[in-house]
Design a protein around this ligand. Structure first.
Ligand code: UD1
Length: 386
């Protein structure tokens, strides 16, 4: 049996004991092999599958961890690379509880080339989903060099290693921030990119340009640039979700922490914008819908040689900050103390997506509402308090 397993492993097949299959037994890609115990009675099964191995940088982070689940549900094998600079061990235990086993994990900072190379060497991934990056708009205006160093270096390392180890497919975690404040809404992938309003935003514009140049020069590499609008919510199990270190920068974790009594009050950054209620408008998307888009993008890349395509990922409509707070209070029957404050540097006034390209090309659309996301975010916050 050991010999048999070793041959299959060398061919890129993966063996997992039957009891670890909770949650993804339905995939047709799996083959099951009975294993006999010493006494001849049936002990367990192994399943063997030839699936794509996907290196998920930042896979213990917010969007990364939800994507790991979607990958496994769709027959891919995720390998997590994370340095835990903005993620938490509790996400790993949540993942383990949801999946019934621990996914493969390497603790590594992607800017550390030698360590990172060893991971490519031993895993030989078929694809990479590159999440690992700093992402706070406000913080980036205070620490621009740290943002450029981390976000650009880590991408360059990914690209050099993909070349070195013949990894073909890349899904890049980009952002609607690349549009700056667009002239026309909803914003389309072809809309001109205005001056970025923050170093974070500029780092994403630069990374996208690097990827276009890279794909032009390396015709065997295929790349999808996924421009996220505003990811919110949590896994419906309440076992994983967003877990910011320190004071949250993003709106929804600040709302849930205020509702939980961790923060005294939420400050709404500006109510003098040219919007119906004066507060900023964003396109909020449930993190599980967003995670699913990564799987769709990998499948799409498979049939699209020589490509570097951008896709907007959002609900396709905007909600104001005030609407989000009011919806949270209503749907969860939980009060949130909110006060109006000054504008936050780097914020754009309003942005929402035209998502028709993702629907047409990736066959992807959202299935969850703002209400679902805010319910799930609150369930996660309550889970953290336990
Ligand atoms: C930005 C990017 C988004 C990216 C995210 C990563 C844009 C348009 N969007 O989101 O693609 O994924 O960074 O962090 O650049 N707010 C408050 N009070 C708070 C916190 C936020 O009023 O305590 C307001 C902000 O002013 C903003 C809205 O809530 O209007 C959403 O803010 P946030 O959640 O931080 O995300 P963005 O900065 O829009």
């Amino acid at each position: 049996m050991a010999e048999f397993i070793s041959i299959f492993s060398q061919l890129g097949y993966v063996l997992v004991p039957m009891h670890c299959l909770k949650g993804y037994t339905s995939s047709k890609k799996f083959l099951f092999f009975p294993i006999q115990s010493n006494h001849g009675c049936l002990k367990s099964y192994l399943y063997i599958a030839r699936m794509k191995k996907v290196l998920v940088t930042g896979g213990a982070g917010y969007i990364g961890s939800h994507t790991v689940i979607e990958l496994l549900n769709s027959g891919f094998i995720p390998v997590i690379v994370d340095d835990f600079s903005n993620s938490d061990e509790r996400i790993l235990s949540g993942l383990e509880e949801i999946l019934g086993f621990s996914p493969v994990l390497y603790r590594c900072d992607c800017t550390q080339m030698e360590e990172f190379r060893k991971i490519f060497q031993s895993e030989l991934p078929d694809a990479v989903i590159h999440f690992a990056a700093f992402k706070a708009v406000g913080e980036s205006t205070e620490q621009p060099v740290r943002y450029y160093r981390n976000n650009i270096d880590s991408l360059l390392n990914v690209l050099e290693l993909m070349q070195e180890f013949n990894t073909r497919d890349l899904v890049f975690s980009s952002s609607c921030t690349v549009y700056g404040q667009p002239d026309e809404l909803p914003v389309r992938e072809t809309s001109p990119q205005k001056t970025a309003t923050s170093p974070y935003g500029y780092s994403k514009q630069v990374c996208e340009r690097i990827l276009e140049d890279f794909c032009f020069a390396n015709k065997n590499i295929r790349c999808a640039l996924l421009r996220y609008f505003n990811p919110i919510g949590a896994h419906p199990s309440g076992l994983i979700g967003e877990l910011p270190y320190g004071t949250p920068n993003n709106l929804v974790p600040f709302i849930t922490q205020t509702a939980a009594g961790i923060r005294e009050k939420l400050t709404i950054y500006g109510n003098d914008y040219s919007t119906p209620d004066g507060t900023c408008i964003r396109d909020y998307i449930h993190v599980c819908d967003l995670a699913n888009a990564h799987v769709k993008a990998l499948e799409w890349l498979d049939s699209h040689p020589q490509t570097c395509e951008a896709f907007n990922l959002g609900q396709g409509r905007g909600n104001s900050v005030k609407e989000v707070v009011d919806t949270f209070v209503k749907i969860n029957q939980t009060p949130v103390q909110a006060v109006m404050g000054p504008r936050r540097p780097g914020d754009v006034e309003q942005v929402w997506a035209d998502v028709s390209k993702a629907l047409e090309e990736l066959n992807w659309k959202t299935t969850r509402t703002l209400e679902d996301a805010l319910k799930d975010a609150w369930r996660w916050e309550k889970h953290l308090a336990q």
